[in-house]
Design a protein around this ligand. Sequence first.
Ligand code: 7PJ
Length: 287
Amino acid sequence: MAPTQLRCGDLSISLASPLVMAIVNVTPDSFSDGGSYHSAQGQLQLTAVLNRVEAMLQEGADIIDVGGESTRPGAIPVSLEDELARVIPVIEAIRKRFDVVVSVDTSRPEVISQAADAGAGIINDVRALELPGALAAAANTSLPVCLMHMRGSPQTMQANTEYDDCLNEVHAYLAGRQRAALDASIAGDNILLDPGFGFGKTEQHNLALINQLYRFHDLECPLLVGVSRKSTIGTILNKPVEERLVGSLVLAYESLRQGAKILRVHDVGPTVDMVKMYNALDQNRGS
Ligand code: 7PJ
């Protein structure tokens, strides 16, 4: 059975109803909200971050996902020093000011360890703890981890999107990483899985992942899905990132129908409303 509760350090969260994870990218170059918290001189503005987090919490966010590495296709790799300098002060400042679970979107063992010390409650890794030392660093924190599927690296992932059977490959990969996490002494109840919408996949693969999300339930882990404003939506609607809200909500809604437990999003308020409507329908169905 998938767990119904996550113990995220000093805070716990229930998975009884779906959760909204709000994206805070403290990168100068993320595809949708990059650079929002930087001054003209490129200086990170903590007050701007905290104001945004406060607004997201008022809109009903359950988790704040802090990332310092842009993983959009073709993004420039960030140095360890820069990544640490971006995310650690932000995690500390958020935890000092708000009682909210913070997840850290990182792949590096040093960032995992220092983020946990700074008060992070979830490790969210688009590389599924594949970097050397990452499994051990994550195991050491005793925090929940999210293992995501990606083909290649952000630099190369859209150059190779051929699969014999994408769903089967993603499933086998996540099963393998779940096994690796268990072997590294990460508790089974602390593993979340994510099929990695948009990471080295075609539009048809991305749609199939959502349509067949139910196929991942046999792994008995809560499923996290990130579709927010991604380019598959842009291609289908022929719309720029700032006009992809409805497309994002439709895919997120279908993900909930298929049992997703955490939605990683930019647009918190509208997603929270959608989740409330989903919950109301769900409860009515069961009554
Ligand atoms: C995801 C992520 C995702 C998880 C990013 C973007 C690219 N973490 N980090 N799942 N995407 N777990 O927001 O478009 O889909 S960064």
